[in-house]
Design a protein around this ligand. Structure first.
Ligand SMILES: Cc1cc2nc3c(=O)[nH]c(=O)nc-3n(C[C@H](O)[C@H](O)[C@H](O)COP(=O)(O)OP(=O)(O)OC[C@H]3O[C@@H](n4cnc5c(N)ncnc54)[C@H](O)[C@@H]3O)c2cc1C
Ligand SMILES: *[C@@H]1O[C@H](CO)[C@@H](O)[C@H](O)[C@H]1NC(C)=O
Ligand SMILES: *[C@@H]1O[C@H](CO)[C@@H](O)[C@H](O)[C@H]1NC(C)=O
Ligand SMILES: *[C@@H]1O[C@H](CO)[C@@H](O)[C@H](O)[C@H]1NC(C)=O
Length: 497
């Protein structure tokens, strides 16, 4: 009995706080009149389940309660719904896996959120080396679809993350040999603002296809991704290496060497170099996913140094499946805490890598006493070869062409248990990243790019792609969404005005 009390309070709170505007109430009602079984209102189990499907509490509480969730099963239903939203000026959002931490990216207050929970298509075409992926899949589900074929798509590393990364950039086990995730999409099935369904590829609507490689939810609702898949050996090496304070003095040297050596010269390698400050212990720790796409008993010499420095736990093993690796990586990243992520991009530089880590460590220690405080930092390479692969696939809108050496995506994430504690942390976090940007710029190490997938809500992502790409995207938007539905009615990262 005592246990059921908080749940009851939660449900009541959701009902009370969801007071949709008259306009939004109309939109849910209009939709519900057509699809009564697919619209979930506050107070129902379906609504609670969908609002529990977000990684960060910044996406749901306190003021982000949609009037209803729309949970379609068919593309035609998405088409009807989007046309209805356009005709009635309904505010709406699109949710894949709900792992973006930006408050209004995949949810809204009082409008309709399309939840793709039922879009689970993941059909492998082993002859043409394509997997057809519905936007409601989590990455582990796509890995488990391709694992039996000894094939793999260019996907992220964490089991429960959704397909949104296919519209942003996409860091993956396969980046070094195959490039970014966006560049491995050979076709997007898209519902346009007027409800028309088109398949955008190199041969049909190539402008829309290109704009979606980095352009996120600015052009339409994607209802299917056709992704390239690649052969891999039946047995590969993969696992997670855990480090404690003892490894920290070595960590940035290893990370720098990975950026400029292994990632460039030994392309079957993949390391996700990340470490965190844990407020509860007052110590630093690292959980580093590692992958080598060859069948051999040991890591190659280029990765060997990662297991020669002191580690705490090491699960690198001979494995035939990638889905379990994705689960192992995700352990500890469960839903419901308050999260803010921010990112900038720099040219890889050994000395500056050390300085960034030291500054982040100093910053993190200030908040050790806040409940659930966790400060995660990653440095992740993008190499000139990865850009080249993107160009071979028809190009994207990220504006990364022309780099002559590896750049590094610097990720900074902060977590607090309670949203109520987050304001000062989030504000200081923003200040930290902006200061670091200035320092990087003054050293001549800043690259303008801001990766969508790790961006903060008020970081100018699209603007960072450069003027030519922005102009191109505005043109695509005018052609496919002449009344600006995806600019005005859908939140998140929009085209600069
Ligand atoms: C623990 C964790 C690990 C991560 N690991 C990686 C990683 O290894 N590699 C990497 O590249 N990124 C990674 N990310 C970042 C992640 O890729 C992005 O947060 C991504 O946006 C998540 O996609 P989603 O579908 O879960 O997000 P959602 O929050 O559901 O959606 C994000 C955005 O995409 C839009 N969108 C989603 N689906 C559609 C659609 N069908 N049509 C149009 N627009 C749509 C939404 O409107 C929203 O703006 C990680 C994030 C977390 C929290
Ligand atoms: C990745 O980038 C695309 C743009 O939003 C965006 O649609 C998707 O939500 C992003 N995912 C992340 C991780 O931000
Ligand atoms: C991996 O395991 C399989 C099956 O046990 C074995 O045949 C193969 O030789 C192993 N590979 C290596 C490199 O150890
Ligand atoms: C829908 O929009 C597209 C892109 O602007 C356009 O080509 C198409 O003719 C429109 N369809 C209808 C029925 O208006």
């Amino acid at each position: 009995m005592r246990q059921s009390l908080p749940l009851l309070t939660l449900v009541t709170a959701a009902v009370v706080s969801a007071r949709p505007s008259a306009r939004a109430a109309d939109c849910c009602a209009l939709l519900s009149a057509i699809y009564p079984d697919k619209v979930a209102y506050p107070g129902t189990t379906a609504y609670s389940e969908e609002s529990g499907n977000y990684w960060s509490s910044t996406c749901t509480v306190p003021a982000l309660t949609p009037g209803c969730y729309f949970i379609p099963d068919e593309v035609s239903e998405v088409s009807t719904a989007v046309k209805l939203f356009t005709d009635n000026e309904c505010k709406f959002s699109i949710r894949g896996g709900g792992h973006h931490s930006t408050p209004a990216a995949a949810n809204n207050d009082g409008g309709v959120t399309i939840a793709f929970s039922h879009f689970k298509q993941r059909d492998v075409d082993p002859v043409n080396n394509i997997v057809h992926v519905g936007p409601g899949n989590r990455l582990w589900e796509v890995y488990s679809a391709t694992d039996p074929y000894d094939k793999v798509a260019v996907l992220g590393r964490y089991a429960q993350v959704g397909t949104g990364l296919l519209l942003g950039a996409g860091l993956s086990y396969l980046n070094n040999p195959e490039g970014l995730s966006v560049d491995s999409v050979v076709a997007h099935e898209v519902v346009l603002a007027n409800g028309t369904v088109v398949v955008a590829s190199a041969n049909s609507h190539p402008d829309l296809h290109k704009a979606l490689k980095g352009g996120g939810d600015n052009f339409g609702v994607v209802t299917r991704y056709d992704l390239k898949i690649f052969d891999r050996p039946h047995n590969v090496l993969g696992g997670l290496v855990t480090y404690g304070e003892e490894a920290m003095p070595f960590y940035d040297d290893l990370t720098y060497d990975y950026h400029v050596n292994a990632a460039v010269n030994d392309k079957e390698t993949h390391i996700l170099p990340q470490w965190a400050f844990n407020g509860a212990t007052g110590k630093r720790e690292s959980f580093t996913p590692c992958y080598y796409g060859k069948d051999q008993p040991n890591l190659p010499p280029s990765l060997q140094p990662w297991v020669e420095v002191p580690w705490v736990h090491n699960t690198i093993r001979n494995t035939t499946e990638l889905a379990p690796l994705a689960f192992e990586n995700f352990d500890g990243y469960s839903n419901g805490d308050a999260q803010q992520q921010r990112t900038i991009t720099i040219f890889a530089d050994r000395e500056f890598f050390h300085e960034v880590s030291e500054r982040w460590y100093q910053f993190s220690q200030r908040f050790a006493n806040i409940e659930g405080f966790y400060a995660l930092h990653c440095k992740m390479p993008i190499t000139p070869f990865m850009i080249e692969k993107g160009l071979q696939a028809g190009g994207n809108v990220l504006g990364l062409e022309g780099i002559d050496r590896p750049i590094s995506i610097l990720y900074f994430g902060v977590t607090t248990k309670n949203l109520a504690d987050s304001d000062p942390v989030f504000a200081a976090h923003e200040q930290f990243v902006e200061e670091l940007r200035s320092v990087a710029a003054s050293r001549g190490l800043l690259h303008r790019y801001i990766m969508w997938n790790y961006s903060g809500f008020n970081q100018q992502v699209i603007g960072s792609y450069g003027d030519a790409n922005v102009a191109f995207m505005k043109d695509v938007s005018r052609r496919y969404d002449p009344t600006g539905v995806f600019q005005r009615l859908v939140g998140g990262q929009k085209l600069p005005q």
